[in-house]
Design a protein around this ligand. Sequence first.
Ligand SMILES: Cc1ncc(COP(=O)(O)O)c(C=O)c1O
Length: 492
Amino acid sequence: MEKFNKNTLDKRKPQHLYVQLFNLIRDIIIRGELKDHYKLPPIRSLAGRLEVNNSTVVNAYRLLEKEGYVYKKIGSGTFVSPRLEYDNEDVILEKYPAKDDLKLMDQGQIQIRKDMISFASATPTPDLFPVEAFKVLLNEVLDRDKGEVFGYQESQGYFPLRESLTKYLKNYNIETKPENVQIISGAQQGIDVIAKALVEYNDRVIVESPTYTGAIGTFRSRGAQIISIPILEDGIDIKKLEESVRVNKPKLIYLMPNFQNPTGYSYSLEKKKKILEIAKKYNVLIVEDDYLSDLVFNKKENGTLKSLDKDGLVIYIKSFSKIFMPGLRLGFLVMPPRVYHKILRAKHTSDISTSGLNQRVFDLYLRRDIWRDHIHHMEKIYKIRFEVMCKSISKYFSESGLEYNIPNGGLNFWFKLPEGLNSDDIYDKAVKKNVLIIPGNIFFPIVNENSYFRLSIAAVYPEQIEEGIRILANIIKGYNKEHIRDSYTPLL
Ligand SMILES: Cc1ncc(COP(=O)(O)O)c(C=O)c1O
């Protein structure tokens, strides 16, 4: 801030001067260039240097304080707020600018050419959507309910569907009532509605690191401070979680206990129980995002936290996008009674209600048990891909220096590159060979972490998988050699 002078702010810009100043100081703080508790220049002296009114600096400091970047001590001045100290990951940092297509990925999308082998998408290809079966039920609903279908629907959801879901949940050992079910337009909306209902400005939200990017974006959009706790192969690091909950008193803990996105890791039963104990001890709500627990390939424990929740601490989100049709925009929440009214209000202000037509058709899927057949069908298709993937990985990746863990189910595989290799570079090289991966960086909410990547089997056909993995293995081996050659210069 020493360099600030009369040219620092641009008086010709339409943006208010105090907002420009706020942005400048905020960015300096975010970049870590000002130490915790650093005293900002007094108002009058900074205003003098910038040649602006005192009120410009006052307003900028006020905004910085409101956003939690600085704090005031009466009579002493304004100071940089300490970062959330727990471990290195609990630091709010923006990511480095990425390449154009990686930036697109940060926004949750990427352009995929038709001829590509895409391990990037975790969404089923359209040929897997049960269009014909859906058409029959759709017509039946239209004949039965006529115009009713297209009126505004009850915000909480079509009652018969909530009833069917309550029955369906019994198969997963979740006991609930239609009153506690909230229909949502996809899990992403579920996260958004929960955030809108419960997260206030500057509240802290704990997430796994790495985690689902859509959740990070949503919590950030509410002004939440994100605290990330590393996930291990058997679930989140419990010691760090408990310590962080104790110190940071978060509003929510957002978790994916089964086939976590992006790692594919699943929590052990022991950890699931321990998390509920922590939630009870510190009275924190957990958001359980169950986007995929239906796809189990190696039979292991995959119960939900919700099925173990005796104290009403878990808000359960269920999506059907990965095993049904993402474009339907359909999912549901199971809510503990204490959040019921807030969530209902937030859903109403989001989109009033989820499509009545889709809800009615899905209700018939459940009532007629067509759903079970559909799940079995999807399981069969994905199991073939899963097995080809496992074989290809063991054939081509075993010598590559990659670290990985074969998941028990789900669609995602997570890899750590050997020391010194960068997943953005692997991404670039792979794209040139028509193979698409997702660099792990986008899944880390806080740190810039370049040594991981995610492969998903949702949108690759079995015959593409082996070829794609072979290409990736060659890139990694070649890159390894290139890297080693580049980094050693004999001093002769
Ligand atoms: C973990 C997780 N939660 C939620 C979503 C969003 O799902 P939906 O299509 O139901 O909104 C996704 C989509 O990829 C996801 O991976």
